[in-house]
Design a protein. Structure first.
Length: 276
């Protein structure tokens, strides 16, 4: 795994042009990968909601300042409702920004925050509008970009069904570049009756583009990754057994002690990994 941090953990620290300073602190704490999350980019972004745009030149300068780090871009877009046009200005600028921050292996994560009425249990449950991901994946693949999907209201199993169905409509390369960002803590909070880690174990390795580590106690997020309702030791064993070598991002909540919390969280997971 390539451990890393995400910029929404620094909500209290971001101020104007200081994103490079925060990335440097995360690197000093051991991060090998930085996920750049929309609305938590300081001077590297402008506008909000539909008017949001990346400042691609500044994002590229940020990545160039840290050539030994990997980066990816994450956006909140309504991909589940078909509300993203593959040739639209916003999506095209997001693709350009994803390439600017990682020229070798660009990766764009799309988060749809929309609440869902129910969890998909079969391909027939998936609404046709969610299949608009096929066209987004074609466009991303044509530009050499990996596309990963996340919605915290659908389970890992449900999103796996979606990607499998999309891949049936995609040519080989485009299908392989479409996958998932998996965050078991979200499923533990929203579908506590399910086994999030068994569903993670069932995801094909080539579909697993990113994992997020965070922790839950009493149904709520805690500031660090530590003991809690997500069995992190089991999660590490599953990822190791798969041979997963991609980004493992510590999406810890924004906090005045965010960097100390990042260090302790990484140390906790590293101990689990070294203990087998």
């Amino acid at each position: 795994m390539r451990i890393g941090a995400i910029s929404n953990s620094w909500g209290l620290q971001i101020d104007g042009d200081n994103l490079p300073e925060l990335v440097r602190k995360a690197k000093q704490r051991g991060s090998k990968h930085i996920e750049l999350r929309q609305t938590f980019l300081g001077a590297c972004e402008t506008g909000t909601e539909d008017g949001w745009r990346p400042v691609t030149g500044k994002l590229q300068s940020l990545a160039d300042e840290f050539p030994d780090l990997a980066f990816n871009l994450a956006l909140a877009l309504p991909w589940m409702s078909g509300g993203v046009a593959p040739d639209g200005e916003l999506f095209q600028q997001a693709l350009e920004a994803a390439k600017a921050v990682d020229r070798e292996a660009p990766h764009l994560r799309l988060v749809d925050p929309a609440q869902q009425d129910g969890v998909w249990e079969s391909p027939d449950d998936i609404p046709e509008e969610a299949m608009s991901v096929v066209e987004l994946a074609k466009e991303a693949s044509a530009q050499g970009i990996v596309l990963s999907l996340e919605n915290s209201w659908q389970s890992t199993g449900a999103l796996t069904i979606l990607v499998e169905k999309c891949r049936e409509r995609l040519p080989g390369d485009a299908g392989r570049q479409l996958g998932l960002c998996i965050d078991p803590a979200n499923q533990v909070m929203r579908q506590p009756e399910t086994d999030a880690l068994s569903e993670l174990a069932a995801v094909p390795l080539d579909m697993l583009k990113m994992v997020h580590f965070k922790q839950v106690r009493d149904g709520k997020l805690i500031p660090t990754v530590d003991d809690g309702e997500v069995d992190c030791a089991r999660m590490v064993r599953i990822l190791d057994a798969k041979g997963y070598t991609g980004p493992a991002i510590f999406e810890i909540p924004s906090h005045e002690d965010a960097f100390a919390n990042l260090s302790s969280s990484m140390a906790y997971v590293e101990r689990l990994s070294s203990n087998g």
